[in-house]
Design a protein around this ligand. Structure first.
Ligand SMILES: O=C(O)C1=C[C@@H](OP(=O)(O)O)[C@@H](O)[C@H](O)C1
Ligand SMILES: C=C(OP(=O)(O)O)C(=O)O
Length: 428
């Protein structure tokens, strides 16, 4: 159990958050199936991305990691080897689903396991379309849950209309599509993050986007690339919110990824009236990034739903905290996907924030938060339940809480932000 800082008087200073998790996973995966060498700078050394490296090493890929610098010697599109061991995806949904997409096109057997949380996350959303393409997949509950075993092979292209707006589903099918004969198309109900599309292009591949549909043609040869991973906006979000709600604060976040499919948190902060500026925007062609400054300000409630949800899906726990400090009732809707993340994030956000006095209730597809509420606790014990984003949200909540707060399962934070507490310390 970890004692959290409470009653923080101000947060001031400059930090650079670790590399983007989604981009780090994809850089290793595409590097592994490309021809030639891929260099990755500012790679995220969080546990999820280390799981991805471990899985590809077990398939014969030479990956050298020295801190945040990674070099991948690609095996080529058909060059992965049958793993001699079970592939352990740890806590990472992205590793599980994207890896299944790649394995669907490999003519060998592989078996995937993960931790307790992964074992509860639905995989049918990828195993079903991958079976349609020709992969043989089995697993618990007909292939919906890990452990999952897969024997891939020659794939036929499909046009898949996904019922969920999920970049993991879209990416799994596109990665399988890279190995199929012909053109594979995915149509999603709402646009999700487009890092796979951007990165395939960076590796010399062709991806065609047409509204909500994305297509790739199989058997293209990808070539290794040099990649700089921008800071993860989903990690920056904790300090963006902290800067807005902790009194007398001014935080500068350098080199934060600003891909428009990920910047919903900035839209919400601006709509709430936060004092936020963005400077030095660059790399708009590949993965845009820039420097963000946030200062404490008076906030007002907003309504969040529809096409905004996929652009801020992982930020909803910290947005719920933000809403406790906004005047009025914030409504978050259309967010049922929160129920199938590392925890049921509707339930964990509501139960843990209530322990600190927040006025928040769960709804069928989101939550309703009434503000502004002063958070108070008498020796409260809150729990991340093993969910990194819940742990970080609670650590920021403690900053504005009067009293004492301890966090159970704080170690989960290393999944996406191993230096989180060091950065909080720098700003205090
Ligand atoms: O593709 C990705 O890198 C991710 C997609 C999102 O999941 P879904 O595809 O399930 O929405 C997100 O929640 C996850 O943290 C990372
Ligand atoms: C949902 C998340 O990740 P994943 O699906 O990769 O486990 C997350 O990082 O919030």
């Amino acid at each position: 159990m970890q004692a959290l800082r409470t009653n923080v008087q101000s947060l001031r200073g400059t930090i650079e958050v670790p590399g983007d998790k989604s981009i780090s996973h994809r850089a290793v995966m595409l590097g592994a199936i490309a021809r030639g060498t891929t260099t990755i700078a500012h790679f995220l050394t969080g546990e999820d991305c280390l799981s991805t490296i471990d899985c590809f090493r077990k398939m014969g890929v030479d990956i050298a990691q020295n801190g945040t610098d990674v070099v991948v010697k690609g095996n080529g599109i058909a060059g992965l080897l049958e793993p001699q061991e079970i592939l352990n995806v740890g806590n990472s949904g992205t590793t599980t689903r994207l890896l299944l997409g790649i394995l669907a096109g490999c003519s060998f057997h592989a078996c995937l396991i993960g931790d307790e949380s992964i074992a509860k996350r639905p995989m049918k959303r990828v195993t079903e379309p991958l079976r349609m393409m020709g992969a043989r997949i089995d697993g618990r509950d007909g292939g919906n849950y890990t452990p999952i075993s897969i024997r891939g092979g020659s794939l036929q292209p499909i046009h898949y209309t996904s019922p969920v707006a999920s970049a993991q589903v879209k990416s799994a099918i596109l990665l399988a599509g890279l190995m199929a004969d012909g053109t594979t198309t995915v149509t999603e109900p709402i646009k999700s993050r487009d890092h796979t599309e951007r990165m395939v292009r960076l590796f010399g591949g062709e991806v065609i986007t047409n509204g909500l549909s994305v297509s790739v043609t199989g058997k293209q040869q990808l070539r290794g690339a040099d990649i700089y991973v921008p800071g993860d906006i989903s990690s920056a979000a904790f300090f963006l919110v902290a800067g807005a709600i902790v009194p007398n604060s001014e935080i500068v976040l350098k080199n934060v990824g600003l891909n428009p499919t990920r910047t919903g948190i900035i839209d919400v902060l601006q709509q709430m009236g936060a004092d936020l500026t963005i400077e030095n925007i660059r790399n708009e062609e590949t993965e845009p990034l820039g420097d963000i400054t946030i200062r404490t300000s008076k906030l007002k409630a907003v309504e969040i739903g529809g096409a905004l949800i996929p652009r801020l899906i992982d930020e909803i726990p910290i947005i719920a905290l933000l809403a406790t400090q906004a005047e009025g009732t914030t409504v978050i809707k259309d967010a049922s996907e929160l129920k199938v993340k590392e925890t049921n994030r509707i339930d964990t956000v509501v139960s843990e924030l209530r322990k600190l006095g927040a006025e928040i209730e769960a709804t069928e597809d989101g939550m309703r938060i009434h503000g502004k509420t002063a958070l108070k606790a008498k020796e409260a014990i809150v729990d991340s339940y093993g969910d990194h984003r819940i742990g970080m949200m609670l650590a920021i909540a403690a900053c504005i809480t009067e009293g004492t707060v301890s966090l159970k399962h704080s170690e989960a934070i290393a999944v996406s932000y191993p230096t989180f507490f060091e950065h909080l310390q720098v700003l205090c």
